[in-house]
Design a protein around this ligand. Structure first.
Ligand code: DAT
Ligand code: MG
Length: 139
């Protein structure tokens, strides 16, 4: 299996609920290597650019509002099969549909405020990691 990078973001609801440590512990126990981690407050412009693929969808404005509503923590992760394994760890977008034991099932309130982001392909993993981290911040 190929070594891949995925971008996690502990979203503003995760930070507001003080669940950062709990979620990071689950990520580490699942075997992901943390290459970089930071805390940022996204502007609407930056949040909108990160989620540009969803522009025009009915939930886009709410998503941008939410992602810029407080601090979040982008985390660059590396592992064999990182993309699929991370999505398995976090569960379905809507916590109602997420499997038992997944991070979203355990901690998320609803589809819009779902605790954590994960990249959806190896290519997007690289693009999204580069959105938040320069190569020299990845160690
Ligand atoms: P995911 O984050 O599981 O990759 P996505 O890429 O389809 O999901 O959507 C990005 C985010 O947008 C998602 O985490 C929460 C929000 N979102 C998606 N669909 C939504 C909906 N129907 N209602 C409210 N928020 C939604
Ligand atoms: Mg997605």
């Amino acid at each position: 299996m190929a070594v891949e990078r995925t971008l996690a973001i502990l979203k503003p609801d995760c930070v507001r609920k003080n669940l950062q440590g709990e979620v990071i512990a689950r990520i580490q126990k699942a075997g992901f290597k943390i290459l970089g981690m930071k805390q940022v407050r996204l502007t609407k412009e930056t949040a909108g650019a990160f989620y540009a693929v969803h522009k025009g969808r009915p939930f886009y404005d709410g998503l941008v509002e939410f992602m810029s509503s407080g601090s979040c923590m982008p985390i660059a992760l590396q592992k064999e099969n990182a993309i699929a394994d991370f999505r398995m760890l976090i569960g379905a977008t809507d916590p109602k549909d997420a499997s038992e034991g997944t991070i979203r099932k355990l901690f998320a309130d609803n589809k819009g405020e779902n605790i954590v982001h994960g990249s959806d392909s190896p290519e997007n993993g690289r693009i999204e990691v580069a959105f938040f981290f320069s190569e020299r911040e990845l160690v």
